[in-house]
Write a protein that binds this ligand. Structure first.
Ligand code: ACO
Length: 208
């Protein structure tokens, strides 16, 4: 297995991997029944492609060059709150909108750029491992590589909105701290992931 940057010519393959392994499976997507395995979701796809465009994402490929996992990394900029609120208002799928509203809400609880005195933050936005490769440390490898990418691009702060227990375990292992969280028991039932996932956690690592 090798971890590499995602070249533009492989965006279609990355999207196919995400449709099979992330779109239906991420805890909040699954809770709302966002889509079936392998099915597309236009607004989520747009979000993924916009993140890939930052050119800071990485992927793991197996010995046959098949994509086994990806970390889609983007940039959070100081002062983009209003823009995010506008984008949220424009979302059309109510299920997708309810997820983004929750992510918006947790980020409202803490203005990270302001808290750490930086203009830009490196965000690990979408962490996805092929179902047949899970539980073998690939997410750890993707986060480790993403930290390297963040550091080499001069970022001082890295964050993730970690929605499930397994991604939270990985970020904790790499010394991310939970800055704030929303327990799923406080979330409306139609958006509430089942066990073992307990809370949405905004996690931050100071890079040095
Ligand atoms: N049951 C119990 N424990 C598990 C399981 C499982 N099914 N899967 C992983 N774990 C544990 C591992 O044991 C490990 O814990 P440990 O360090 O205490 O041993 C930890 O979770 C991480 O294990 P990895 O093998 O590195 O994780 P994996 O490669 O399986 O990928 C991931 C984890 C990315 C969450 C994968 O399950 C996935 O793609 N899920 C669907 C998409 C998703 O939920 N992504 C994260 C959303 S948050 C975000 O994107 C920022």
């Amino acid at each position: 297995l090798r971890c590499l940057p995602v070249p533009k010519r492989r965006y279609d393959e990355v999207m196919a991997h995400l449709r099979l392994n992330f779109f239906a499976d991420e805890p909040l997507n699954r809770a709302v029944g966002l889509c079936k395995r392998g099915e597309n979701h236009l607004e989520l796809e747009k979000h993924c492609l916009a993140t890939l465009a930052s050119r800071m994402s990485c992927m793991i490929v197996d010995e046959n060059d098949k994509i086994a996992g990806t970390a889609l990394n983007g940039i959070v900029k100081r002062g983009e709150r209003d823009e995010n609120e506008r984008r949220l208002a424009e979302l059309r799928d109510p299920k997708f909108k309810s997820i983004f509203a929750l992510l918006f809400k947790i980020n409202e609880k803490c203005d990270i750029p302001n808290k750490y005195g930086v203009d830009e933050i490196f965000e690990c936005r979408i962490l996805s491992v092929d179902e047949s490769f899970r539980g073998r440390g690939l997410a750890n490898l993707l986060v480790e590589n993403s930290i390297r990418i963040a550091k080499s691009n001069g970022f001082k702060i890295m964050k993730a909105d970690a929605t499930g227990l397994f991604s939270q375990k990985v970020f904790l292992k790499y010394d991310f701290n939970v800055i704030t969280e929303i327990p799923y028991s406080d979330v409306e039932p139609s958006l509430r992931p089942g066990p073992p996932h307990k809370a949405l956690k905004l996690m931050v690592k100071i890079l040095n």
